[in-house]
Design a protein around this ligand. Structure first.
Ligand code: ASP
Ligand code: MG
Length: 310
């Protein structure tokens, strides 16, 4: 299950999302992939610009603002005291690393590498908080940084994953957690080079991370929880004619994306088609709505899954 930034904005939405994971975890093993809270990645990238312009006070203020935002969510989650202390310490450690990057002595060169390192804190803080929301919802969860196993090239800000190696390393980390009955909460968007430098897979790539991680654990389904009911024939906010599409083949979804519809990150469909992965696009705020299913036609899917026995 991948959750987008608007599904994670504030404590109430986070707990709503956590409830969806709890329901899912009753019948299946679930891995969660999160993006940063809505608006946070933009703020983190502006910090890297401030640093390069020598606007150090701006950079520091903005960084402190981002950290506070996360502490506010922690406060609003109203965790039990001991748990809150534990999560606060984890956020403090992340915050300290983050501020260390921002407290430069003078103007720094705005490299893509620095931008990725700063941007990574949005997902890292968010994963920690979402694991806490799950614990509060009685789901045992553990935050996992995808930079520990999503291996990429060093094209910072638009890095490509090395899938085979990522799968090998990712299974080593995620499968034991699943065996222990834990829900891993993995950071979307980020990876690392072979020598351990943090990269990102490009803007809005957390659904691509979702597909990569679904592939790593051989998930039957990837559910993209977002703030619309599914894929429409046109932008539902702009056109009253827009119709919700219930079932799409990979080719149909691809054609829609090619015609300009913002369906999914461009790397998701090729990976899903290659691995016969079923994708659901569903509304976090309207879980009773079925959403859009993208995948093999149902019958072909059964044949593929049961080796022609049906
Ligand atoms: N947080 C990242 C971004 O804003 C990734 C995502 O939202 O999918 O680009
Ligand atoms: Mg986003």
């Amino acid at each position: 299950m991948r959750f987008g930034g608007s599904s994670l904005l504030g404590a109430a939405r986070r707990l709503q999302a956590a409830g969806l994971v709890r329901s899912g975890a009753r019948s299946s093993e679930v891995v969660v992939v999160v993006s940063a809270m809505k608006g946070v990645t933009d703020r983190l990238l502006s910090i890297s610009r401030f640093l390069s312009e020598g606007k150090l006070a701006h950079a520091r203020n903005e960084a402190e603002g981002v950290i506070h935002l996360h502490f506010d969510v922690l406060h609003d989650l109203q965790l039990a005291e001991e748990q809150e202390d534990h999560v606060r310490r984890a956020l403090q450690l992340l915050g300290r690393d983050f501020l260390h990057e921002v407290r430069q002595k003078g103007r720094v060169e705005a490299t893509a590498e620095l931008a990725d390192r700063l941007a990574s804190f949005g997902e890292r803080l968010c994963a920690r908080l979402f694991a806490a929301a799950l614990e509060k919802s009685c789901v045992a969860a553990v935050p996992v940084s995808s930079s520990d196993f999503v291996l990429t090239c060093d094209t910072f800000r638009d890095a490509r994953p090395h899938l085979a190696e990522t799968k090998k390393r990712g299974r080593g980390i995620l499968l034991p957690l699943l065996e222990d009955g834990l829900v891993p909460v993995v950071t979307g968007f980020i990876g690392a080079t072979p020598d351990g430098r943090i990269t990102t897979l490009g803007r809005n790539s957390s659904d691509f991370s979702g597909a990569i991680i679904a592939h790593v654990v051989d998930a039957e389904e990837l559910v993209i929880w977002t703030d619309v009911d599914g894929v429409f024939t046109a932008n539902p906010h702009l056109s009253a004619e827009a119709k919700l599409l219930h079932d799409l083949s990979y080719d149909e979804a691809h054609a829609l994306a090619a015609s300009g519809a913002k369906v999914l990150h461009p790397h998701v469909l090729p990976l899903a088609a290659e691995t016969d992965m079923t994708i659901w696009i569903r509304n976090t705020f309207k879980p009773h709505v079925r959403g859009t299913r993208i995948g093999l036609p149902r019958h072909a899917n059964d044949v593929a899954r049961f080796g022609g026995a049906v």
